[in-house]
Design a protein around this ligand. Structure first.
Ligand code: SAH
Length: 253
């Protein structure tokens, strides 16, 4: 029996943000592997085996998924958002790199999903309409000095920034350090958005500026967007402002 492995993302919000391709492989799977919070959002058939794990053991989850595939399983590894953005796809290839050579011949595919940055941008208007970057603020897998340097250089490069994993109960302070770095580089009028739980029933969007931003608004369900110098607000009477970054860059380089 030949197995297969599909690494998928469920999007950041409601089920309708899951792509049809991902729904198809979830229905066809014999084994579903994932962080219990993501897996618990899904409904399974009785004969499907569900392998729930805790946050943080991504590599052992990936090894397990490759073992199941090598044994003929039809395996789906589940992430939130897109599987390639700070998620399980890289863990699967890390496991493959250090695992038996046979694993490289397995039928493996990564299926794209909607990442939090794109869902948040769509809610706000078009903040990613000009050049942007994504930075993971967690220092679980890289030194804080690297993160600090990247924040500083992204600010100097006038990129719009999407800041993933800004804070958690284990790392409440670093988001304050991150804002101090940005405040040293950028004008206090720079637009900042705390986009929390986008697409969920408790979604909350807080639009502010770098000078007024309260970093303690960020938690592990928040994506922070920092505008570039041309990012602007279009106020409207009936809702929060539209936010967009013009395609044309009107500042001196
Ligand atoms: N693979 C995921 C990201 C995993 S990192 C993706 O592509 O979206 C987890 C971080 O993603 C969170 O700390 C938060 O910064 C962001 N995130 C995930 N879902 C979100 C949502 N619904 N609203 C806002 N941010 C979200």
């Amino acid at each position: 029996m030949s197995g297969w492995l599909r690494v998928v993302g469920l999007g950041p919000g409601p089920e309708r943000w899951i792509t049809p391709e991902v729904s198809e492989v979830l229905a066809a799977a014999s084994d579903i592997v994932g962080y219990h919070v993501y897996v618990s959002r899904l409904v399974f058939a009785e004969d499907q085996r569900i392998h729930r794990s805790d946050n943080g053991d991504e590599l052992s989850r990936a090894v397990h998924a490759l073992e199941l595939t090598a044994n003929g399983g039809k395996v789906v590894v589940v992430s939130g958002g897109d599987p390639g953005v700070f998620a399980m796809a890289a863990a699967v290839f890390e496991a493959m790199e250090h695992g038996p050579l046979d694993w490289r011949a397995l039928d493996v595919a990564v299926l794209p999903g909607v990442t939090a940055m794109l869902a948040a941008a769509a809610r706000l208007g078009a903040p990613l309409g000009n050049d942007f970057c994504a930075i993971n603020l967690s220092d679980n897998l890289k030194p804080w000095a690297v993160i600090a340097r990247r924040l500083s250089l992204a600010a100097q490069g006038d990129f719009v920034m999407a800041l993933y994993n800004p804070a958690s109960s284990a790392r409440p302070a670093q988001v304050h350090d991150a804002f101090a770095i940005l405040q040293a580089e950028l004008p206090e009028t720079t637009i900042v958005v705390f986009a929390r739980a986008i697409g969920r029933t408790d979604e909350a969007v807080h639009v502010t500026t770098l000078g007024k931003a309260d970093p303690s608004l960020a938690d592990m369900r928040t994506l922070i967007l920092v505008g570039c110098q041309t990012t602007r607000l279009l106020e409207r009477a009936n809702a929060g402002p539209w936010i967009y970054s013009p395609r044309r860059l009107e500042v001196d380089p």
